[in-house]
Structures are given as structure tokens and as C-alpha cells.
Design a protein. Structure first.
Length: 280
């Protein structure tokens, strides 16, 4: 396994791999790898001759009062996990090399990204789309892997890839959860014991919503009300949004369509922002 820091070196290596006839998979991450990331890596390993994992905390997807400066890092563990799971290259550039002095070109997606997190984090998806396009241009992956927990991000990336004719196939891998149901996230490390106990209501509310649909409840307002009520019972939780949307377009759903409707939510657990979703 090689660790690549240079943008130019990564681009050169990727070109050599392609000229050699290798199928390349890319797993973009911000590090602090957990089992959710490992599930992406394992899927990617199955599809490709060469597997590249990027570890880069992307500054331009964080707002001015967000947690960029304290985002959790665990470099030695990340390297160990990548090595153990057959990663060929870790791409770990600096912010200065990705966004050198004078950088002023950004990618905007204006439809899929407009609601949900796009409202509460107005420049977030511009940062996500920009860094992913840079990674796609540097690595030229045949396959790219993202986790469904970040459902709106997945939809934005798929839309960008389609609209801009980017030659990579995007795979979305199901959310991996802790044994207690909490969706795996690097930000879970921020949670105290009491905060984590309250945060469990997030997945419980989503599972309840799915049960209601399975029992024949198709009223969108009823589903949202049930979730909101369950979350409001915990004093450490503050709801940012709860919405039923189309899983591909992120448009607000007027009725629940089996397999295409998804409940997405974002919640503050005191000072920790968590997202989750479930397909109905």
C-alpha cells in the first residue's frame, strides 16, 4: 500500500494505472474510518483491480461556525484499516495542494441540493461537489463508492456525474449501524454517554416510521408527526428537519411511494449535528 500526498503524483499514478488496463475504484472519505467506511472499501475491492481511498477533511464544505477545526482524526488507525482491507493507495493531500492560492472555481448543483441540508448548510454541497469533481479528475475512477447515510450527498454526486458526463459509475452502499441502531458516523465520537442515549431515538423514530408504512399508513404528515414527536421527547435533541422525499431527486413527497420514498432527518444532539434516513 502506498500513501500519496502530492496531487500531481496521484494524477500521474492514476494515469499509469489506466494505461495499464486496470479498473480503478475510489472511496472518498474524510478519515476517522469506521465500519461504514470499511463496508465501502470492501465493496470497492470486489469491483476493481486497484483501490484508492482518499482521506481529506475538505475545508470548503464546512460553514464558518461548524466543526472543521475539531473534526475527528485518527491517522494511524485509518492507515491500519486501509492496509488490512486491501487498499492499494491512500490519497492524503493537504488543503493547500487541493486549493492553492488563487483557487476560485467551484461546482454548484442547484436542484437536488436545494432543500434539507442545503437550507441549513447553504454552501455545504458546493464544497462536496467541488472536492468530488477534483477527485474524479485526479483519479479517473471507473467506480466510486458513497454511503447511503449521507443520502442527499449521494443524490447530489449522482446528479453531477450525470449532468457533467463524468465517466465513473457511482455505487451507493447501505448505511451501517451500531448494534444499538445508531448510524455510524465519525461525529458519534463527540457524543457523551447521555447524549448517545438520547441520540438512539433518531434511529428508533425512523424504524417506527417504516413500521407504520408496512402497516398501511401512507400519510406523509402522519409519518413526519410521529417522528417529530418521538424526537421531541428527548430534551437533548433539537430537530433541524424531518422530511419525506424522493430518494433520487430529494423532492418533497406528497405521498409515500414504496421503495422510492425516503425519510431524511437532521438533529442537533446538543452541539452535535447528526443526520440519518430510511427508505420506506
Amino acid at each position: 500500500m502506498q500513501i500519496i500526498k502530492s496531487v500531481e503524483e496521484m494524477q500521474t499514478i492514476a494515469m499509469q494505472l489506466r494505461f495499464g488496463g486496470n479498473l480503478i475504484s475510489l472511496v472518498p472519505t474524510m478519515g476517522c474510518l469506521h465500519e461504514g467506511h470499511i463496508s465501502l472499501i470492501r465493496k470497492a475491492r470486489e469491483k476493481s483491480d486497484k483501490l484508492i481511498v482518499s482521506i481529506f477533511v475538505n475545508p470548503i464544505q464546512f460553514g464558518p461556525n461548524e466543526d472543521f477545526s475539531k473534526y475527528p482524526k485518527d491517522w494511524e488507525s485509518d492507515v491500519e484499516k486501509c492496509h488490512a482491507n486491501g487498499v492499494d493507495f491512500i490519497f492524503n493531500p493537504s488543503a493547500e495542494s487541493m486549493y492553492p492560492s488563487g483557487f476560485s472555481s467551484y461546482v454548484g448543483e442547484s436542484f437536488v441540493s436545494s432543500g434539507l441540508c442545503g437550507i441549513s448548510r447553504p454552501k455545504h454541497f458546493r464544497g462536496v461537489a467541488t472536492v468530488c469533481l477534483k477527485l474524479f479528475n485526479l483519479v479517473r475512477p471507473d467506480y466510486s463508492f458513497f454511503g447511503r447515510k449521507d443520502a442527499q450527498q449521494c443524490a447530489v454526486i449522482k446528479k453531477m456525474v450525470k449532468d457533467l458526463n463524468i465517466p465513473t459509475e457511482v455505487f451507493i452502499v447501505d448505511t451501517v449501524r451500531e448494534s444499538d441502531g445508531l448510524a455510524m458516523s465519525s461525529r458519534n465520537r463527540y457524543l457523551s454517554k447521555l447524549q448517545r442515549e438520547d441520540a438512539l431515538s433518531i434511529s428508533k423514530a425512523l424504524f417506527k416510521a417504516k413500521e407504520l408504512v408496512q402497516d398501511g399508513v401512507y400519510n406523509v404528515d402522519r409519518i413526519i408527526a410521529e417522528i417529530t414527536h418521538m424526537l421531541s421527547m428527548k430534551r437533548r435533541l433539537r430537530v433541524i428537519y424531518v422530511q419525506v422525499v424522493d430518494r433520487e431527486t430529494m423532492e418533497i413527497a406528497q405521498k409515500i411511494e414504496s421503495g422510492t420514498s425516503m425519510v431524511c432527518l437532521a438533529v442537533w444532539v446538543e452541539s452535535v449535528r447528526l443526520i440519518d434516513n430510511i427508505i420506506l
